[in-house]
Design a protein around this ligand. Structure first.
Ligand SMILES: N[C@@H](CCC(=O)N[C@@H](CS)C(=O)NCC(=O)O)C(=O)O
Length: 204
């Protein structure tokens, strides 16, 4: 398997999960501006949508979209418990959470990466993000991880997105349970290894 990634982008979530599951994989860096890959090709030949993450399987199939990749990986090693069984009610709870992170946090924060975003729009997106974080902070009142007491692929995704907040001048101090969650996940071996590998990867 090959994971196409850009450092600190949303591809960090499947990267963490690959390491949590101890699956064999190759990490291929992508320059998100030039769209060149470390293999020397044009990334749009791998994912015509032009964005990471993309997972190339041994059979040549390329899977894109974070929530789909995360569930595919978890199902390769169901005994690791990173996703509830397909068809179960709890699996729907996972999908509910992945969609929330994808649509409300990930897509909701994307405009804030633009330095030329008008101030009024920036304030509006920040306020909306704040409401979503309020809800998550309440969810974490009763549990250490999004689905309960155990780490799941949704936690890898949430950890990744929370890591962007300082760039938007959003301080997790305002959401103490989210801050504790971030610190908890940050200490996992797979997370430390993934961050180190991304930092050590050569620019394309
Ligand atoms: N819907 C996609 C969004 C992926 C996405 O936003 N990727 C960003 C990095 S976090 C990217 O590669 N952006 C570069 C671009 O759009 O040109 C998913 O959930 O996987």
């Amino acid at each position: 398997m090959k994971l196409y990634f850009a450092p600190h982008a949303c591809s960090l979530a499947p990267h963490i999960v690959l390491r949590e599951l101890r699956l064999p994989f190759e990490l291929i860096r992508v320059d998100n501006h030039s769209k060149r890959t470390a293999e020397g090709g044009d990334f749009r030949d791998i994912n015509p949508k032009g964005y990471v993450a993309a997972l190339r399987l041994e059979n040549g199939e390329v899977l894109t979209e974070g929530p789909a990749i995360l569930q595919y990986l978890a199902d390769l090693r169901p005994q690791a418990g990173l996703a509830p069984a397909n068809g179960s009610w709890q699996r729907l709870r996972l999908q509910e959470m992945l969609n929330f992170i994808s649509a409300e946090l990930h897509a909701g924060s994307a405009p804030l990466f633009q330095s030329d975003l008008p101030e009024a729009a920036r304030a509006m997106f920040q306020a909306r993000l704040g409401k979503r974080l309020d809800w998550l902070d309440r969810v974490l009142r009763e549990r250490d991880y999004l689905l309960g007491d155990a780490f799941s692929v949704a936690d890898a995704y949430l950890y990744t997105v929370l890591g962007w907040l300082p760039r938007f001048a959003i301080d997790l101090a305002g959401w103490p349970r989210l801050r504790a969650f971030h610190a908890r996940v940050d200490g996992r071996d797979a997370v430390r290894q993934a961050l180190r590998a991304e930092a050590d990867s050569a620019p394309v």
